[in-house]
Design a protein around this ligand. Structure first.
Ligand SMILES: *[C@@H]1O[C@H](CO)[C@@H](O)[C@H](O)[C@H]1NC(C)=O
Length: 308
């Protein structure tokens, strides 16, 4: 039930006209999507992306479409959503959900392999007393289907500090980002929802500097680390969707390099992903400069099979 509701968005309602969930190519173009910039207002668009902090109301006009509010905070923040009020008729098939992450075309960020679905989707209907949810990364989604005219809800969105960010979804055209495992056995990723160039600015992955700190020997950026059997590595790649199990990987790197001078990767896919796999045995970090590819003359180092 849970998942059918999630999947439904890729097939039904607003998704058909949404720039985010085109079938097939999964082309994502946030620049043409609706961006709201007011702090208190009524939700009218079926697909709403990038709200500022504030209070938002939704009142059904009696259509049964599946709609979504896609929320994104800064990388070092988490999304906190408080349902101040909710009145949605369960009998009429009404349903509202808070998703920890984003869902596009049936694929999730963070992917299920790295962050199990359990506990990430909260669904409800009926009348609700105040309830607050906080995302684990910087992305969250409210999906709703409210067929009964006049039913609706009110939410307050806040962006709060995230002391240990792991999964970062990026819609800024340019930026510098760091992934850390904070010493844990966990997989973290950065995904951009556009084709991007990626440069490694600093790398410390799979290297144990613990015994003699500051004395660890720089190995440089090592290639093909996953194939070499390293337990800790960073995949650079891309795909047409958010699911990292479908990622086309250009390289998997590891090692210690405080000043790599490698040419950037130009990943010509609908989405670009850098995924750090950590065993928990070493403290891993990677810093990346990421920018959107707009110049089509750039020579891709990886190109996804499905044309853009
Ligand atoms: C991290 O990814 C690796 C490789 O895909 C997988 O074997 C491992 O189970 C993942 N670890 C966690 C904690 O999800």
């Amino acid at each position: 039930m849970l998942f059918t509701f999630l999947m439904a968005v890729g097939l039904l309602g607003c998704a058909q006209t949404s720039p985010l969930s085109k079938s097939g190519g999964q082309k994502v173009d946030l620049s043409t999507s609706i961006r709201a910039k007011r702090n208190s207002r009524i939700i009218e668009e079926c697909m709403l992306v990038g709200l500022e902090e504030g209070t938002y109301f939704y009142k059904s006009r009696g259509t049964g479409d599946v709609c979504g509010v896609y929320l994104l905070s800064q990388p070092d923040q988490a999304v906190q959503v408080t349902f101040d009020y909710l009145d949605v008729d369960c009998e009429a098939d009404g349903l509202v959900s808070f998703v920890d992450g984003w869902e596009l075309g049936g694929e999730l960020f963070p992917s299920e392999v790295d962050a199990p679905l359990e506990g990430r989707v909260h669904e409800f209907c009926g009348r609700l007393k105040t309830k607050t949810f906080t995302s684990s990364g910087n992305a969250a989604l409210i999906q709703y289907r409210v067929p009964s005219r006049g039913d609706g809800f009110r939410i307050t969105v806040r962006y709060v500090r995230n002391p240990a960010p792991c999964n970062i979804l990026v819609d800024d055209v340019k930026g510098v980002y760091t992934l850390r495992n904070h010493g844990r056995r966990t997989n973290c990723s950065i995904t951009t929802i556009f084709p991007a160039s990626v440069s490694i600015i600093q790398l410390a992955v799979g290297v144990n500097g613990g015994a003699v700190p500051n004395r660890a020997i720089e190995t440089g950026v090592l290639s093909r680390c996953e194939k070499r059997g390293s337990l800790d590595y960073v995949q650079l790649g891309g795909g047409q969707g958010l699911d990292v199990t479908k990622l086309e990987v250009e390289d998997s790197v590891c090692g210690l390099d405080s000043n790599p001078r490698m040419p950037p990767s130009h990943i010509l896919c609908g989405m670009t992903t850098v995924r750090m796999v950590s065993s928990g045995l070493t403290d891993n970090s990677i810093t990346l400069a990421i920018s959107q590819i707009t110049d089509l003359d750039v020579m891709p180092t990886l190109m996804c099979e499905v044309p853009l």
